[in-house]
Design a protein around this ligand. Structure first.
Ligand SMILES: [Fe+2]
Length: 328
């Protein structure tokens, strides 16, 4: 009986101060809080947020080391998560539920981080100028046929660096350089500073084909159902379209590891995946979750199934190839 009482006292003392989890995030806490409110209600685990830029948060994590308050780190692009992994920021998550919720290729190969929502970086074309059967691969946009018809975003952006890493993984560095060089020859205008600008340029006839992330197009279509830009998923007969996404991992020096694993289970559950993917017009990583109609209308497609960390770890090599190819 004495032992039981002692155990009960220990248990309540433990649970009194272990019920919280802290996320370092590039998204503001106000945006994330509503997503996790039901989690707190159900488990009693409070979720704290510290927001900043990628550079600020990674520097903070390194500086704080063992003394960090962070249990998880959330970022918007796999190139940033991969760079954080190389700096030793993460420890692997162990939850079998998370592994069941997320297909293996969308999780880091050591389960140090996982994507939670994702998108494809695709060819967007003007159907008044181009028919889908003229399109095939990213590489083919370097053909003479597309001379002065292609527009792209600036190469220093992480989305293009990740796309470059995909090329390096599938084609090797030399062929990636050739591909980028062939694209540059076909640019109709200088690289544009954002994806929305690329899509608008395709619609305005400044170019006939462009490269952009899938989630940017729905807003244009909602505003104008006749908006003259369509999605083409490239490389369907070989590697599959390049995908990238928002991801999260448990921090190496996390104090609340059990709670962090529980949060990942919740974040990757259908209950969260369906509404949050919808809010951001992204694809849910959990294949049991639903996606918005506009994305369904883009069609089912073959995505790259090489493990995302094997793609992302080639980012620095890829980033050196863009300037060599004179792709600004
Ligand atoms: Fe974006």
């Amino acid at each position: 009986m004495k032992n039981v009482i002692l155990a009960l006292m220990l248990f309540s003392a433990f649970s009194a101060f272990a019920k919280e989890v802290t996320i370092y995030s590039v998204y503001p806490g106000e945006e994330l809080a509503p997503i996790f409110a039901p989690f707190t209600e159900r488990t009693g685990i409070t979720v704290n947020f510290v927001s900043g830029t990628t550079n600020e948060l990674v520097a903070k994590l390194q500086e704080e080391g063992r003394n960090t308050a962070a249990d998880l780190y959330l970022d918007k692009d796999m190139t940033f998560l991969s760079a954080a992994k190389e700096k030793g920021i993460f420890k692997n998550f162990t939850s079998q539920t998370v592994k069941g919720n997320v297909p293996a290729h969308l999780r880091d190969n050591q389960d140090l981080w996982t994507l939670v929502f994702y998108r494809a970086r695709v060819i967007m074309y003007n159907p008044n100028k181009v028919s889908a059967d003229e399109l095939s691969t990213y590489e083919a946009l370097g053909d003479a046929k597309w001379y002065k018809r292609l527009c792209v975003r600036t190469s220093t952006n992480s989305y293009n660096q990740a796309l470059g890493a995909y090329f390096v993984r599938h084609l090797g560095a030399m062929k990636t350089f050739d591909l980028l060089t062939s694209w540059v020859k076909n640019f109709s205008v200088d690289p544009i500073s954002n994806d929305r600008g690329v899509i608008q340029a395709v619609a305005d006839g400044k170019c006939d084909v462009g490269i952009a992330n899938t989630y940017y197009l729905p807003a244009f279509i909602r505003a104008n159902p006749e908006f003259p830009v369509k999605v083409f998923f490239p490389n369907q007969k070989d590697f599959g379209a390049h995908v990238n996404g928002v991801g999260i991992g448990i921090v190496k020096h996390a104090k609340n590891v059990k709670e962090a694993n529980l949060l990942l289970e919740y974040f990757t559950s259908v209950e969260v995946q369906t509404p949050v993917a919808a809010a951001f017009s992204q694809y849910p990583v959990n294949p049991k979750a639903d996606m918005i109609k506009i994305l369904k209308d883009f069609g089912a497609f073959k995505e790259d199934t090489v493990n995302i960390s094997e793609v992302a770890e080639r980012t620095s090599l890829a980033s050196g190839l863009f300037p060599l190819a004179n792709y600004k």
